[in-house]
Ligand binder design. Structure first.
Ligand code: GRF
Length: 204
């Protein structure tokens, strides 16, 4: 039985257009989006959040001399909102231990490939180059190792003859918009607590 806790709060980290953020906000959620935080002031996702009356904040990475200093500053802003869950949705900075340790076990990311295949960037081009017949997206727990945290959920799409990066990424994005809101809802409803404890324990 799932225990719905209406007070669970989440913060979304973004850097870009925010289509995953939109999909998450459009799905009726048992929790509350407390803030949307970006490292870029020009992220379209910030406008999406503001239009819905959600708090926004910008922590510009270029203002910090080192990654550690940026990590600490960002973590301080995120912590102010006391999130139960930190959702990375197109956040394009690699976060180090200074950040990850503070939110370990309650931070998730969506990655546009079927991990462990194609961690990192340019996933669609690399999938096409490799000639895979199936591609997709993965929601995973964030650890300090890039795109290597325990996998929570995946969705796959076929790679079709004649696909290019534009057609393939569009097909994957449709699945991202289905998968990510579902994971966030499940988490906020408490449905993942036991499973995630098991996944985290397996990592140790
Ligand atoms: C998505 O493809 C996501 O998988 C990747 O970055 C992209 C973000 O897109 N991590 P959007 O900002 O959610 O539209």
């Amino acid at each position: 039985m799932s225990l719905i806790n209406a007070t669970r709060r989440y913060v979304v980290l973004v850097s870009g257009r925010g289509s995953n953020l939109s999909a998450i906000l459009a799905a009726s959620s048992p929790g509350q989006c407390a803030a949307v935080i970006s490292n870029r002031a020009d992220a379209g996702a910030l406008e999406i959040a503001s239009a819905q009356g959600i708090d926004t904040a910008v922590v510009p990475h270029q203002n910090y001399a080192t990654r550690d200093l940026f990590d600490v500053a960002l973590a301080d802003v995120v912590a102010r909102y006391k999130p139960d869950l930190v959702v990375m949705a197109g956040f394009m900075r690699i976060l180090g231990e200074q950040f990850v340790n503070r939110f370990e076990g309650r931070m998730i990311n969506i990655h546009p490939s079927l991990l462990p295949a194609f961690p990192g960037t340019h996933t669609h081009a690399r999938a096409l180059d490799a000639g895979v017949k199936t591609h997709g997206c993965t929601v995973h727990l964030v650890t300090s190792e890039l795109d290597a945290g325990p996998i929570i959920a995946q969705a796959s799409v076929p790679v079709l003859a004649g696909d290019d990066v534009a057609t393939l990424s569009a097909r994957v994005l449709v699945e991202e918009h289905r998968l990510y809101p579902r994971v966030v809802q499940d988490w906020l409803a408490g449905n993942f607590d036991q499973r995630l404890r098991e996944l985290a324990a397996r990592e140790c």
